[in-house]
Design a protein around this ligand. Structure first.
Ligand SMILES: Nc1ncnc2c1ncn2[C@@H]1O[C@H](COP(=O)(O)OP(=O)(O)O)[C@@H](O)[C@H]1O
Ligand SMILES: O=P(O)(O)OC[C@H]1O[C@](O)(COP(=O)(O)O)[C@@H](O)[C@@H]1O
Ligand SMILES: [Mg+2]
Length: 361
């Protein structure tokens, strides 16, 4: 391995709280401990495609405010597949060589990629083709990256979803309404389950557990019989209709986005129970805002660990959190084991123990 002098860092996929804390941590450790230079690549692979590549030098004197800043000040992308990149004239082009050329032009010896399953798979493929020394850091509010117990952004998103449920609680009780809260998470129900338990939901629907709408309605009737005329229903965005149809919104660039299942569930409840229902779609509120103390901590921990992996020459690995410590795992292992909610796991048992309806009772 050649001597490391200059490393790049980029954020990829959906933004989340805690990304800036990672960047700050990398800059401090790489410069302060190892004396390397650090280059911040803007807008992930899209910044590397440009000529000259979009990047800025990062120094220790202008990063202190980053710890408590949401989003990613480097920018990110979660659209425009680089292997079939839309060129604007209706054609698509494999931009891998352009991205590798951008990396070379910046004179980098290694690259830290902060991303989720999709980003890490993309970055790994490019790194293998270009001989790039890649180290990964897991981030995503969805917490669906395998091989790590937790990723950057999940804690903040869960806090926000919990707070939303707290707020809905009072207005639900005041008006005797069934309040449905739809949260993000893609195909994993981690946010819904964790925030649903933390916020005292009566019903939690996640994509991993097929539900019957009558089971949901029975829970509402049961509460009514106990004199509780309001109900809090947490629904994860990728939950399907009872017939198994996926509710999606097609957006720009032909990309599918989940959204709308909360409305379907609320309508079904209203029709079958006569209850007055309202729907809140939490949306990108979950991704924004100030990082929680835990995400700042995890970001700091992962940043230092990733720099140490580069120093040790342990490339094609991702830092991970397991059993109260940081470890490194092959990126391949992380992207091959998409992490959904375990049906026999502690949180499902907890929800059932609390009498929360998961839709299949
Ligand atoms: N460099 C990239 N260019 C275009 N799309 C990307 C890029 N990185 C990730 N994506 C897309 O963004 C979406 C989310 O990526 P992912 O990495 O899973 O996000 P996260 O990293 O937040 O989990 C996926 O559909 C993925 O294909
Ligand atoms: O910001 P967009 O493009 O609307 O994407 C929304 C999606 O991104 C997320 O917020 C985060 O997903 P990733 O971490 O995989 O990017 C999902 O929960 C949600 O389905
Ligand atoms: Mg993802």
């Amino acid at each position: 391995m050649g001597e490391i002098k200059r490393i790049g860092i980029l954020t990829s996929g959906g933004d989340c709280a805690g990304l800036n804390a990672v960047i700050r941590s990398v800059v401090h450790h790489a410069i302060g401990t190892y004396g390397w230079e650090v280059v911040g690549i803007q807008e992930a692979t899209q910044g590397l495609m440009e000529n000259p590549p979009k990047a800025i030098a990062l120094h220790r004197d202008n990063i202190d405010h980053l710890l408590m800043m949401g989003g990613t000040f480097l920018g990110t992308t979660n659209k425009g597949n680089p292997f079939a990149f839309p060129m604007g004239d209706g054609t698509v082009k494999d931009r891998t060589e352009d991205i590798i050329a951008g990396y070379r032009q910046l004179g980098l010896d290694a690259l830290i990629g902060i991303g989720g399953d999709g980003s890490l798979a993309i970055l790994r493929r490019i790194a293998q083709q270009g001989g790039i020394n890649l180290v990964g850091i897991p981030k995503t509010i969805d917490n669906d990256v395998g091989a790590t117990e937790i990723s950057i952004g999940f804690d903040t998103a869960t806090n926000i979803a919990t707070e939303a449920l707290d707020r809905l609680h009072f207005t639900a009780a005041s008006h005797n309404r069934v309040m449905v809260l739809e949260v993000m998470g893609r195909d994993a129900g981690h946010i819904a389950l964790a925030a649903g338990i933390g916020g005292g939901a009566d019903i939690i629907l996640i994509p991993e557990i097929p539900y019957r709408i009558e089971s949901v309605c029975n829970k509402i009737r049961q509460r009514q019989a106990q004199g509780k005329n309001f109900c809090l229903v947490m629904v994860s965005e990728a939950v399907r209709t009872e017939l198994g149809d996926q509710v999606k919104q097609i957006q720009q660039f032909g990309e599918d986005r989940y959204g709308g299942i909360g409305k379907y569930i609320a309508e079904q409840i209203a029709q079958r129970t006569g209850a007055e229902t309202r729907v809140t779609v939490l949306g990108h509120i979950q991704r924004g805002g100030i990082p929680s103390p835990f995400d700042r901590l995890l970001g700091s921990v992962f940043g230092v660990a990733a720099v140490d992996l580069i120093a040790a020459g342990k490339f094609d690995h991702m830092v991970a959190w397991r059993n109260r410590q940081t470890i490194s795992v092959p990126i391949e292992e992380a992207i091959q084991t998409y992490q959904t909610v375990k049906l026999d796991g502690a949180l499902v048992k907890t929800a059932r123990g609390l009498g929360i309806c998961l839709g299949n009772d």
